[in-house]
Ligand binder design. Structure first.
Ligand SMILES: [Zn+2]
Length: 286
C-alpha cells in the first residue's frame, strides 16, 4: 500500500470517531482516497498521507526552515527527550485501560513530539492537527501511527467525547474545543515554559524588559477548566554544540524580536549551555 492508502486505511479504521468539518455529519472513507459525508463534502488524502480540512487558508508565521530546525532539535539532538519520557509515563497509565486509545496532539507542528511518543507506545493511535500545511506535510512522512490533519484547533473534526488524551506542547490551546472532544475523565496535558526556559538565550539576545515572563495566567486558566490538576516542573540543562545552537535559534520565537547583531554573536559560539525549564500541567476533563 502507498503512504496515502495506509493513511486512509487508518482513518477508515477509526471512521466512527470523525465528523465532517463543514456540516458535522458522520463521514466515511471512500476508495482509500477521500473522506466524504452524506452531503458529499469531500476531503482528499494528499499523497504524503494527510488530509487538509482547513476551511480557510491562513498565512502562518512558520516556514520550512523553522520546521526543519525544530525537527533536528527534537528528533536528532534529542533536546526534549526528558519531557517525552515523562509524558510517556503519564499517557501509558491512561492507555492501559483502553486498547484503542486515541491521543491528540493539538498544534502538532511538524509532528516530531507526537511521532517520538507514538514510537514508544504499542496500543495508542495518534491524531496530529496543525493549521500549518507545511508542518503537517512533514509530520505525515514521519509517522504512520498517527492520522494527520491540516486544520483549525477551533474545529477539530471528531465527535464529542471521542478522544482519551490531548497533549498541547508549547503551543496555544482552545479549551472549549478540547473539552468537547475529550472523553469524561479524559487526560489533558499542557506543557508551558517555566521562568527559566532558554534563560541563557533570552539573557543574551533580548533587551532587558523582554526577558522576563511568567506562566501564572496560563496555569490559572488551566485550573479553571480541568479537575485534579497536577503541576510538575521539569528542569534540566544541556551543553549545545554549534549546530544544535543554530537550530535552536532558528526554531525559537525569541529570536524574532532580537537584534540581528546579538543573534549573530550567539550563533558563532562553539558551545552554549541551555536550560530547559517546563511546567507540565495535567488535568482530568470533568
Ligand atoms: Zn458535510
Amino acid at each position: 500500500m502507498s503512504r496515502k492508502e495506509n493513511a486512509a486505511s487508518l482513518v477508515q479504521d477509526y471512521a466512527e470517531v470523525f465528523i465532517c468539518p463543514v456540516c458535522g455529519d458522520t463521514v466515511e472513507v471512500v476508495e482509500l482516497k477521500s473522506v466524504v459525508c452524506p452531503k458529499r463534502h469531500t476531503f482528499d488524502f494528499a499523497k504524503q498521507g494527510y488530509i487538509n480540512i482547513s476551511t480557510r487558508s491562513m498565512k502562518v508565521n512558520y516556514d520550512k526552515e523553522l520546521f526543519a530546525a525544530r525537527e533536528n532539535i527534537i528528533m536528532k539532538h534529542k533536546l526534549y527527550d526528558p519531557l517525552h519520557t515523562r509524558l510517556l509515563e503519564v499517557i501509558k497509565v491512561e492507555a492501559a485501560n483502553n486498547p484503542r486509545s486515541l491521543l491528540l496532539d493539538a498544534g502538532a507542528g511538524e509532528g516530531s513530539h507526537l511521532a517520538k511518543i507514538l514510537d514508544q507506545m504499542k496500543t495508542v493511535t495518534g491524531i496530529g492537527i496543525d493549521i500549518s500545511k507545511e508542518g503537517i506535510r512533514l509530520a505525515a512522512s514521519k509517522s504512520e501511527k498517527a492520522m494527520w490533519l491540516v486544520g483549525d484547533l477551533a474545529n477539530i473534526p471528531v465527535k464529542d467525547q471521542s478522544l482519551h488524551t490531548i497533549i498541547n506542547i508549547l503551543s496555544p490551546a482552545n479549551y472549549q474545543e478540547f473539552k468537547r472532544v475529550l472523553i469524561e475523565n479524559g487526560l489533558m496535558i499542557k506543557v508551558v515554559p517555566g521562568a527559566n526556559y532558554l534563560i541563557e538565550l533570552r539573557d543574551t539576545i533580548l533587551e532587558e524588559q523582554k526577558r522576563f515572563f511568567t506562566n501564572e495566567e496560563t496555569i490559572s486558566l488551566f485550573k479553571q477548566h480541568y479537575s485534579d490538576v497536577q503541576i510538575e516542573e521539569l528542569t534540566y540543562t544541556k551543553e549545545l554544540h554549534q549546530e544544535e545552537l543554530r537550530d535552536l535559534i532558528k526554531m525559537s520565537p525569541l529570536s524574532w524580536n532580537a537584534e540581528q547583531e546579538s543573534i549573530n554573536e550567539v550563533r558563532n559560539r562553539e558551545h552554549f549551555g541551555i536550560t530547559i525549564d517546563l511546567a507540565i500541567l495535567i488535568g482530568k476533563n470533568r
